[in-house]
Design a protein. Structure first.
Length: 175
């Protein structure tokens, strides 16, 4: 399993929530977002897309194609369709620059699987709205927290300590 897969899914979900504001405040009980991955793979040449100068290192990227499933529950049909329309406007009306900044390469509404609202036993209208999204996740190198000053040579497996202070290697300070 690619180590960046989970990071890419989390970043995509965060981007969608940022761009749409979904679910809105107070909607958590009657709205949910699910990501259904369709395709995943490296971008660029084997995942390499460039070099970064500070901190130095390789920039890697992954392409993720998903189906976004927004589940919505409302008190009536008019409110359901109103929320669907505002969600479509929020996603499809995003400017290209904003999409690119958030890693979204392409997004389209998938009306072929629009779930029309149905009346639940409680009298609420429930339905789903589906989108297909093409997302690129980039991973930039991170700066080290600190330099390694001391390297233990003969560690005890149980304690993780060197048996004697002399059994470690001091790293000389940089010139």
């Amino acid at each position: 399993m690619d180590l960046l897969y989970d990071q890419a899914l989390q970043a995509l979900e965060a981007s969608v929530r940022t761009l749409t504001g979904f679910p809105q405040t107070g909607d958590a009980a009657d709205a949910s977002l699910h990501l259904l991955p369709l395709d995943y793979g490296p971008s660029g040449i084997g995942g390499f897309v460039g070099l970064q100068a500070d901190p130095p290192g390789e920039i890697t990227a992954r392409r993720l194609r998903c189906r976004l499933v927004f589940s919505i529950t409302t008190a009536d049909r008019d409110t359901f369709f109103s929320r669907c329309a505002s969600l479509r406007r929020a996603l499809l009306g995003i400017g290209r620059g904003d999409r690119v900044v958030h890693g979204v390469r392409h997004i389209a509404c998938d009306d072929s699987v629009l779930s029309m609202p149905s009346t639940a036993q409680s009298g609420l209208q429930q339905g789903q709205l589906h989108f297909k999204i093409d997302y690129e996740f980039t991973k930039h190198p991170e700066a080290a927290d600190a330099a390694i000053d001391r390297i233990p040579v003969n560690l005890h497996v149980e304690t993780g300590q060197a048996p004697h202070a002399s059994e470690s290697f001091e790293v000389p300070p940089p010139p």
